[in-house]
Ligand binder design. Structure first.
Ligand SMILES: *[C@@H]1O[C@H](CO)[C@@H](O)[C@H](O)[C@H]1NC(C)=O
Ligand SMILES: *[C@@H]1O[C@H](CO)[C@@H](O)[C@H](O)[C@H]1NC(C)=O
Ligand SMILES: *[C@@H]1O[C@H](CO)[C@@H](O)[C@H](O)[C@H]1NC(C)=O
Ligand SMILES: *[C@@H]1O[C@H](CO)[C@@H](O)[C@H](O)[C@H]1NC(C)=O
Ligand SMILES: *[C@@H]1O[C@H](CO)[C@@H](O)[C@H](O)[C@H]1NC(C)=O
Ligand SMILES: *[C@@H]1O[C@H](CO)[C@@H](O)[C@H](O)[C@H]1NC(C)=O
Length: 452
């Protein structure tokens, strides 16, 4: 077995062309024709190598605006090293893999898909992940700046490849470890834009992060208390959990990021042991998330051909070489990038309520440390009760460019657990409407000033 796709002997241009023009004449059993991507292919990330990122694009199904102006969302999976095809076929894509027996896998339309009124592009990021090609192990990024440079090449390449993409508002979205990637590419785009003429700029309009790891030191300190106040561990166990937490923080302060990441892993293993939960990603579940269905589905040569991926790529849901390359990056913060984003575009942070890894408490812990002139007013803003079709969906707090949403009845993979509510959330946030409309903002700090 080869751990990496080896350098291809076919020139990259040929590879791109052959895959872009894949025939959609026949689809495999259980794969309806309507489920085919609008477009898919590979984009090079560096002119000097054969490394390339794989993407799948689905046009908006029921767009309410001309397509040339319809928002375009880019989705990034976490990991590090997990494939955005999970986001596509397990969470928010137009069709999701289902199976009643774990063997007979088929696709089912997703009424909560995020491409109802927006176009969505799923990118396998970084190179070496999913169907994306790393022409050598050394090229796999080990830090967020390198991740952002590759993503920038792919995203601008995709936008330039289609006249319908040129003027569309762009949103970067993602989950989990994309709590690093999304701020990194958003920050990189805005910095590049400052140097470019208007027509060459990426029309970035917002960044959304679901259950993200963004500011690990502030986040890692919350697990013991969160588990204790959720009733999952007792006071003695809380004290046990605080040891690896303190160790992780101590190691970061010494600059020993790799061992800090191991301390965090130990913390999660202990939490798993103590609570006996099926998965830390959702403590309400009796079983792990069935993401293995996606791997099974994508292991078929016919399916790979149908989606325009290289048939000889051995598909893995999560890449171990990519995870290892970013091991030393795990405990590094990108909070300063979010601080820059919130001053220059809008940011949504949302979390599924039952996640014990990157959940609500862990997000609020770093948000309150943000350096931004509006942060105090954000923290004092009303946390609104959020309803979808008359039912309680969660809570939304918004002030100026920053929004925070808590999604009830969901774990780490929010669009999987709450498809319709996640769709309502992303649509209302992008369009500044409903619970995200600015007119509804209430500032309790100024309320109290008015009373004086
Ligand atoms: C697919 O990948 C294999 C192995 O990496 C490579 O040899 C082959 O040229 C690729 N096929 C195409 C059509 O690019
Ligand atoms: C597989 O599942 C699909 C959807 O549930 C069903 O329509 C189909 O008949 C099944 N095929 C087999 C061979 O069991
Ligand atoms: C788009 O509209 C069609 C026709 O009204 C409907 O059948 C379909 O379910 C809609 N798609 C989504 C994702 O809502
Ligand atoms: C990192 O921390 C571990 C555990 O405390 C220690 O054994 C190791 O020597 C440290 N490594 C470096 C490079 O400081
Ligand atoms: C978890 O529990 C198992 C079995 O009880 C034990 O062998 C293991 O050492 C525990 N791991 C941790 C990290 O506590
Ligand atoms: C919010 O973002 C806009 C750009 O979309 C920017 O002009 C504005 O200054 C930002 N507001 C704050 C309070 O940072």
């Amino acid at each position: 077995m080869k751990p990496f796709p080896t350098t291809t002997t076919v020139p990259l241009l040929l590879l791109v062309l052959s895959l872009l023009h894949h025939s959609s004449a026949s689809t495999p059993p259980g794969f309806p024709n309507e489920a085919l991507p609008t477009k898919s292919g590979y984009h090079p990330v560096d002119p000097n190598t054969n490394s390339a990122m794989f993407y799948i694009f689905y046009e908006a199904q029921n767009s309410t605006t001309p397509l040339a102006q319809t928002p375009l969302l880019f989705w990034l999976q976490g990991g590090p090293g997990c494939s955005s095809m999970a986001g596509n076929f397990f969470e928010l894509g137009p069709y999701r893999v289902v199976s009643s027996d774990g063997k007979n896998i088929s696709l089912e339309p997703n009424l909560g898909s995020w491409n109802r009124i927006f176009g969505v592009v799923f990118i396998d990021n970084p190179i070496g992940t999913g169907f994306s090609i790393a022409s050598s192990p050394e090229e796999i990024p080990g830090d967020q700046l390198s991740v952002a440079k590759h993503l920038y090449a792919a995203i601008t390449g995709i936008i330039e490849s289609d006249p319908l993409f040129k003027n569309r508002p762009i949103y970067i979205t993602g989950e989990s470890y994309a709590g690093k990637y999304a701020p990194a590419i958003g920050y990189y785009i805005l910095k590049q834009n400052q140097k470019l003429p208007v027509e060459k700029r990426v029309k970035l309009k917002g960044v959304a992060i679901g259950n993200g790891l963004t500011d690990p030191v502030n986040q890692v300190k919350t697990h013991a208390l969160n588990a204790y106040f959720s009733g999952l561990v007792n006071e003695r166990q809380k004290a046990e959990l605080e040891k690896p937490q303190r160790e992780a923080v101590r190691l970061v302060k010494k600059g020993n990021f790799s061992d800090a990441s191991m301390a965090r892993n130990l913390l999660f293993r202990m939490l798993e042991n103590m609570t006996g939960v099926a998965t830390l990603y959702d403590y309400s579940k009796q079983k792990k998330y069935q993401t293995s269905l996606v791997t099974k589905f994508l292991s078929s040569a016919e399916v790979k051909r149908a989606i325009g991926a290289n048939e000889s790529t051995v598909y893995k849901y999560c890449s171990i070489p990519v995870r290892d390359a970013l091991h030393g990056d795990v405990m590094k913060s990108v909070r300063y990038m979010v601080e820059f984003l919130v001053k220059n575009t809008k940011v949504l942070l949302y979390q599924g309520f039952f996640d014990l890894k990157d959940g609500v408490v862990s997000t609020e812990a770093w948000v309150k440390t943000m350096k931004w002139k509006e942060i105090e007013r954000f923290l004092m803003a009303e946390r609104k009760v959020w309803k979808v079709s008359g039912s309680l969906a969660g809570y939304v707090q918004k002030w100026s460019n920053l929004s925070h949403a808590v999604v009830l009845g969901a774990g780490h993979f929010v669009p999987h657990d709450q498809p319709l509510n996640s769709q309502a959330m992303i649509e209302d946030w992008v369009l500044d409407q409903g619970v995200f409309s600015s007119e509804l903002e209430r500032d309790f700090s100024s309320d109290s000033r008015q009373e004086m």
